[in-house]
Design a binder for this molecule. Structure first.
Ligand SMILES: [Zn+2]
Length: 209
């Protein structure tokens, strides 16, 4: 598996291009289509699908252009629909250069193993930052979107955010192998082991457990 990371836009969103042999997945294209396209062109590659960890503007802004340019499907959790269609809920009306309401999307249900071109991709539902936030496990890599950051967690004060839900979602991380490599929605990468040892939000006191 090959993973390339782009850091995009004012909020420095991490966009990942994951190559699994002949399957190329774009995780969270961010809101800067030109930079994503430049990398794809310089790698002489085309994405096969987009999966988003959640629907905030800074993570989905480039989706309409990617979908149009490459004619591919965009997958996001069912409970994120209101966010991708509502500029206030996806925060484009506050932070974006224009308001964003997606027209083309494929809704999936969390807690699923999905097969794309025979490759298993595990989708785990982790609400809290938004109602339909998911994390994505591919082999020994975990893409956590804005659930988890290095030493921190995603905010819960935006529309649809919920502190008690994010605590339950963070508890789900405990079921994974500690040696999983973690790819975050913002900031540098980490490992689950490092976060279990150092992140105060994974402490049993914060999680009420
Ligand atoms: Zn977000």
């Amino acid at each position: 598996m090959k993973i390339e990371k782009l850091i995009l836009g004012y909020f420095a969103v991490n966009c990942y291009i994951v190559e699994l042999k002949d399957l190329k997945i774009l995780i969270d294209p961010g809101a800067d289509f030109k930079k994503v396209q430049e990398l794809l062109i310089s790698n002489n590659t085309r994405p096969d699908l987009i999966i988003n960890t959640h629907g905030h503007y800074d993570h989905i802004g480039a989706v309409p252009e990617v979908v149009e340019e490459y004619g591919i499907n965009f997958y996001i959790d069912r409970e994120e629909e209101q966010i991708v269609i509502d500029p206030e809920k996806n925060c484009s009306s506050i932070f974006g250069q224009n308001t964003l309401s997606l027209k083309t999307y494929n809704l999936i249900s969390g807690a699923d193993k999905k097969y794309f071109n025979r490759f298993e991709i595990e989708i785990i539902k982790t609400p809290g930052h938004t109602p339909g936030s998911i994390i994505i496990k591919i082999e020994k890599k975990l893409f956590t979107g804005d659930l988890l950051f290095k030493g921190a967690i995603g905010r819960t004060d935006l529309p649809g955010g919920n502190l008690s839900d994010i605590k339950s979602s963070l508890l789900k991380l405990k079921r994974f192998d500690k040696d999983l490599e973690v790819f975050l929605g913002h900031g540098p990468g980490t490992s689950l082991e490092n976060e279990f040892e150092t992140n105060p939000y994974l402490d049993s006191i914060f999680l009420d457990k």
